[in-house]
Unconditional design. Structure first.
Length: 200
């Protein structure tokens, strides 16, 4: 069993602190997000830091909704990660992250995500996992480029992509085997409940 996720990295010709000031301010995330889904953000339990919560108004294919995001990693000016949830339960789902490292006279920026579900590592599930990762990568590449544009520097170089979630955030979730067992138990319970209801 493996968690689903992905990451993208690229070197940006800008100081680490300048990039950190941008990515660690969630109010700027509508400008950063390559998905285009983030419409506006409000920090509701500031100041920014570990356990801070910010609400994000999203628009996905015309469907508007609000998420509540809890900061789960805060290591200025290197690492930030937040777990996405809902206003009534912040931080219960996927975890997004940025990681910064000095590199080649600039800064290596990594943007990644781990999803809260696991799939078997064997075919055909491995292909499904890779397809989901491709879609995630497709929205993270523009995010890296947006950082460069907002800082007024050249486009990122040495771009890379990984079809696995970053270990920095995947370790915050239960063991894939435990998560898989929990998912299987939940599905079995749901199936039995539906079967019982159909007989009633």
């Amino acid at each position: 069993m493996q968690y689903v996720g992905a990451s993208v990295g690229g070197v940006i010709d800008a100081p680490m602190q300048a990039i950190w000031d941008l990515i660690s301010n969630p109010v700027r995330h509508p400008e950063l997000a390559g998905s285009g889904q983030v419409q506006s953000v409000e920090v509701v339990s500031g100041p920014m830091g570990l356990d801070a919560i910010f609400q994000s108004r999203q628009n996905m294919r015309g469907i508007e909704y609000t998420t509540a995001n809890r900061v789960v990693i805060w290591q200025p000016p290197y690492n930030i990660a937040w777990r996405i949830g809902f206003p009534f339960a912040p931080g219960v789902a996927q975890i997004w992250m940025f990681s910064l490292t000095p590199a080649f006279g600039g800064t290596l920026v990594e943007n990644g995500v781990v999803m809260p579900f696991v799939v078997p590592s064997v075919f055909p599930f491995s292909m499904i996992r890779k397809q989901i990762a491709r879609r995630l990568i497709a929205v993270m590449y523009p995010t890296i480029s947006n950082i460069s544009q907002l800082l007024g520097v050249a486009a990122p170089t040495q771009l890379t992509a990984a079809y696995d979630p970053p270990s920095m955030v995947s370790v915050l979730l239960p063991s894939p085997l435990i998560q898989g067992a929990a998912m299987a138990g939940g599905l079995a319970t749901l199936f039995l409940a539906m079967k019982k209801k159909s007989r009633a």
